[in-house]
Design a protein around this ligand. Structure first.
Ligand SMILES: [Zn+2]
Length: 345
C-alpha cells in the first residue's frame, strides 16, 4: 500500500473514532476570579465560569471523577460525560467556584498542593508576577546564583515600571509570541530557571529575589491558597472532592524516586489528616511524571491520576494518565463551540 493510501486510511480511522466512539472530557481549571494580571492564564472570571457550568448542565452529563474511573474499569465511557477539576488549591475555589458548582449541581475534584495549605506566601509563579509585572521601581541589576550558574540581568530603563507601562501591558501572557519589554523577558527567563529547581533551592532563590525587589514574603490576599478550615469547607456537602497534587508542586520527573515518594505520600497523608477521609485521586504538577510516579501512586493507594495531556477520555484510557483539557476565560458562546469540538469531533 502506498504511503498516501496508508495516511488516508489512518485519517479515516481517526474520523470514525471521533465520529462514533463515545468519549468523556476532563476539564482542567485553576482559578475562578478576576485578576488584574494573569500571565499564566490561570483565571476564569466568575461570570464566565457560571456561563460555562450552565453550558455543561445543558449539553453534557456532569460526572464525578470517581464515577468515570468506575466506568473505565468496565471499559465504558458515558458519552458527553464531563468531569470538572481544579489544580493547585487556590482559596477562590471555595469562595467563587463552589457556589456556582452548587447552583448547577456539578461535582468537581480539587487537586490541592498540600504544602501550600494555610501558607500566606504565594505560589512561586505568582511571586514572579508580583515582583516583575506590577508597577514600581526595582534595583537596576539582578544577580541571582542558581545551581552554580549566575543569572545576571540589567533592567536598564525597565527598572521603573510606571502605571502607564502596567496598563498597556497587563494583558500580556506567556503564550504570546511577543515580549513587550525586559520585564516580560525576565519573567519568562526566571520562570524557566525556577521551574528547573527543586523545593529548598527554589525557595532560597525566591527569597533572594523578593529581598532584591524589597517585596514582602507574605503574599497578596487575592493569591492565597486554601487554609485548613477552607479546605474542610470546600469538601463539606459532598459535591467537591479533594485530590492530592504533591507537597511543593515540583516536576516529578526531575526528582529521584525517594523524593517523589515523599512528595506523593506526604501530600496524601497531610490532606487525609485534615479531611479525615481517604484521598485517592492525584494530579501531576506541570503534567510531569515517570513510570516510577505511577508505581508509587499505586502502592500508596491512589486509584487515578490526571495528566495535562490534552485529549478526550476514551474507554481504553489509562486511569493513571488521564488526559485533560485546559479551559480558558471564555463566555458561553466560545466555550460551547470548544466543548462541541471535543465532544462531537
Ligand atoms: Zn498545579
Amino acid at each position: 500500500m502506498s504511503v498516501g493510501a496508508m495516511r488516508g486510511l489512518r485519517r479515516a480511522a481517526r474520523w470514525l473514532k471521533y465520529r462514533f466512539t463515545s468519549r468523556a472530557l476532563i476539564l482542567m481549571y485553576h482559578r475562578v476570579t478576576t485578576l488584574p494580571t494573569d500571565p499564566h492564564l490561570l483565571a476564569v472570571r466568575p461570570d464566565h465560569f457560571a456561563e460555562q457550568m450552565e453550558e455543561i448542565r445543558r449539553h453534557c452529563i456532569p460526572m464525578r471523577l470517581q464515577e468515570l474511573i468506575e466506568a473505565l474499569r468496565e471499559r465504558k465511557v458515558p458519552n458527553r460525560a464531563v468531569v470538572v477539576t481544579f489544580d493547585d488549591g487556590y482559596a477562590d475555589n471555595l469562595h467563587e467556584a463552589k457556589p456556582v458548582l452548587e447552583h448547577y449541581e456539578i461535582p468537581a475534584t480539587v487537586f490541592v498542593t498540600a504544602g501550600q495549605v494555610g501558607n500566606r506566601r504565594e505560589f512561586w509563579w505568582d511571586d514572579l508576577d508580583r515582583v516583575l509585572l506590577q508597577p514600581g521601581t526595582l534595583p537596576a541589576r539582578l544577580r541571582l546564583a542558581m545551581k552554580g550558574r549566575l543569572c545576571d540581568c540589567e533592567l536598564g530603563d525597565a527598572r521603573t515600571y510606571t502605571e502607564n507601562d502596567y496598563r498597556q501591558r497587563r494583558d500580556w501572557h506567556v503564550e504570546r509570541q511577543d515580549d513587550p519589554g525586559p520585564r516580560q523577558r525576565l519573567f519568562r527567563r526566571l520562570y524557566v530557571e525556577l521551574s528547573a529547581l527543586v523545593g529548598g533551592e527554589r525557595q532560597r532563590v525566591l527569597d533572594e529575589l523578593l529581598a532584591w525587589a524589597g517585596a514582602e514574603r507574605t503574599g497578596r490576599r487575592s493569591h492565597y491558597a486554601l487554609t485548613t478550615e477552607e479546605l474542610i469547607l470546600l469538601q463539606a456537602g459532598g459535591l467537591v472532592d479533594v485530590g492530592a497534587h504533591t507537597m511543593t508542586h515540583p516536576y516529578l520527573a526531575a526528582l529521584t524516586g525517594a523524593e517523589q515518594n515523599c512528595e506523593i505520600r506526604q501530600s496524601k497523608q497531610c490532606l487525609e489528616a485534615i479531611l479525615g477521609c481517604p484521598v485517592t485521586s492525584f494530579a501531576y504538577p506541570h503534567g510531569s511524571s515517570t513510570p516510577e510516579s505511577v508505581a508509587i501512586l499505586n502502592e500508596a493507594g491512589f486509584v487515578c491520576a490526571c495528566s495535562s495531556h490534552p485529549d478526550a477520555v476514551w474507554r481504553d484510557a489509562d486511569p493513571f494518565c488521564l488526559p485533560r483539557v485546559v479551559v480558558r476565560d471564555w463566555s458561553s458562546k466560545p466555550f460551547r463551540r470548544w466543548l462541541r469540538w471535543w465532544i462531537n469531533g
